[in-house]
Each structure stands twice: as structure tokens, then as C-alpha cells.
Design a protein around this ligand. Structure first.
Ligand code: 0L1
Ligand code: MG
Length: 261
């Protein structure tokens, strides 16, 4: 497909906004016809910038996997983004709100892959390729003004709003539990803030892996062995404020927490 935008220049625009912690208008304001394929090319150029500065790609995230989330953001289909080692916050660590633009946090389930997965795979094949499953939270931070008035290509170009993530320390064999029926509750300052069952994630978090492989295949890519995959949020995201103590409990998988400063 012909590229009509300068992916490198637009990636630099978003990268500078992230590093300087400032909001920018959605790319589609100036590039109304931005396609999803061009948006992924911008995302890839943005990741290359980070890798050139020493970051290592460690995995992928699926976004917009729950109906609640798609409604919240007024966007209609799942997307993926890339995770690097520097985006990881230690379990029980601190997220500095002032180091982001307008960060939000959301409850997720994550997988560690033991084998590469590519193209069209079945649920069983996806599960067989997983090493472990665990609780996780994603800290999102759109580079766009007000974190909401954007389109699917805008979100994809902005690495699906990735900022940070925190992984639970208890990893479990992927077939140890029915992953569609786990109760997930994210509490803020000791009060339950958002709850859902794990099938709110793509109907089944394992199907997020299946969808991710299909999306990657459209770009001629595979899901590498060793990757961490955030399967997507089960609920809407919570806007982080300094002082927030956020804890996610996932039935059978355990807990993961961070505090905001
Ligand atoms: O992980 C997500 O669901 C985020 C996808 C992008 C939309 C947003 O920024 O909330
Ligand atoms: Mg997410």
C-alpha cells in the first residue's frame, strides 16, 4: 500500500510530545485520510526511535479489547501496541503522575510466551504457546489533547496509548484455571473502583492472543517467543492522581499493586 504520510516525521512529533510531556492535536487533524496501515508504520517508526536510544522491545499489548473500554473511548475495534523494558514499573512500585501527561490505569491479564506464534492460530494453539499467565495493570497515557478526541489510526500511531505496565509476581501455568471466569477487582485507596469478570477481555483473554497474531500477520510480523503480552483491560481506566494506591486482585491469579506520587 502506498504511504502518503511521512511516518518518520509523525513518529518524531509523537515521540517529542511524550518526552516533553505535552499534549498534541490528533494526527488526523492535519492528515484526515490517515489509514490504519500508515498508523502502524508511524507506531513502528516510534518504536525504532526508542530502540535507538537503548530500549528493548519485550512484548506487546492489546488495546480496546472490552466493550466498556471501546464505549469509553468511542472507538470500535482492538488494536495493538509495543512494550519495552523501560515501560515496566516494579510490582509495588511508584508511578510519578507528573512524569506523564494524563496517565490512567486499568486492570489486565498478561501472558508470557514460551513459543513463537504466528498468523491464524486456534485458542488451543495460543494456550499451548504460553509459558504463564498472571495479573497485570497497564498505565496508559495518550499524547493527544484531552485523552479522548481521537480516531483508531490516531491511537495506533501513538502506540495504543502505552506508557507503563506493572506485572504480578505470581505466574501460573496457563491451563491451571478457566481464564474466562476469573473475577477482577481494581481498588483505589482501599475502595473497589472497577470490577469485571475476565471474559470482559475479548470474551476470553486467550482470544486476545489469537487476535493479536492475526493483526501482526497483517503487518508480516509474528509474536516472538519470550514476549510479554498484556491481553487488554477488563474495565474502563481510572485517571491516576498523586497519592492513589491502586491494587488489582484477580481471582486465582493473585494481586498486583502500584502507588501514584
Ligand atoms: O489499552 C487500551 O485499551 C488502550 C487503547 C487505546 C485507547 C485508550 O487510550 O484508552
Ligand atoms: Mg490496556
Amino acid at each position: 500500500m502506498t504511504q502518503t504520510v511521512d511516518a518518520q516525521a509523525l513518529a518524531l512529533e509523537l515521540d517529542s510530545a511524550r518526552l516533553e510531556r505535552r499534549e498534541v492535536p490528533p494526527l488526523t487533524n492535519a492528515h484526515a485520510g490517515l489509514s490504519l496501515s500508515e498508523a502502524y508504520a508511524i507506531q513502528e517508526a516510534g518504536i525504532r526511535l526508542r530502540v535507538r536510544r537503548g530500549e528493548q522491545v519485550v512484548g506487546l499489548k492489546m488495546g480496546l479489547t472490552s466493550e466498556a473500554k471501546r464505549k469509553q473511548m468511542n472507538l470500535d475495534s482492538p488494536v495493538y501496541g509495543v512494550l519495552t523494558d523501560r515501560m515496566r514499573v516494579a510490582a509495588d512500585g511508584v508511578v510519578r503522575v507528573g512524569e506523564g501527561i494524563h496517565p490512567k490505569i486499568e486492570p489486565e491479564i498478561a501472558f508470557r510466551m514460551k513459543r513463537e506464534l504466528s498468523g491464524k492460530v486456534t485458542r488451543d494453539e495460543a494456550l499451548d504457546a504460553c509459558e504463564s499467565v498472571f495479573a497485570a495493570m497497564e498505565i496508559l497515557d495518550s499524547r493527544y489533547r484531552d485523552f479522548k478526541y481521537f480516531s483508531l489510526p490516531d491511537v495506533v500511531a501513538d502506540n495504543a496509548s502505552s506508557a507503563l505496565y506493572v506485572l504480578g509476581t505470581a505466574e501460573h501455568p496457563p491451563r491451571a484455571f478457566d481464564l474466562t471466569r476469573l473475577q477482577m477487582t481494581m481498588s483505589v485507596n482501599g475502595e473497589p473502583a472497577h470490577s469485571a469478570r475476565s471474559d470482559a477481555i475479548s470474551g476470553d483473554p486467550v482470544l486476545s492472543l489469537v487476535q493479536l497474531c492475526e493483526l501482526l500477520a497483517q503487518r508480516g510480523q509474528v509474536l516472538p517467543a519470550g514476549s510479554i503480552v498484556l491481553a487488554g483491560a477488563a474495565t474502563v481506566a481510572h485517571m491516576l492522581r498523586p497519592g492513589d494506591q491502586v491494587r488489582l486482585h484477580v481471582e486465582s491469579l493473585g494481586e498486583v499493586a502500584v502507588s501514584a506520587a
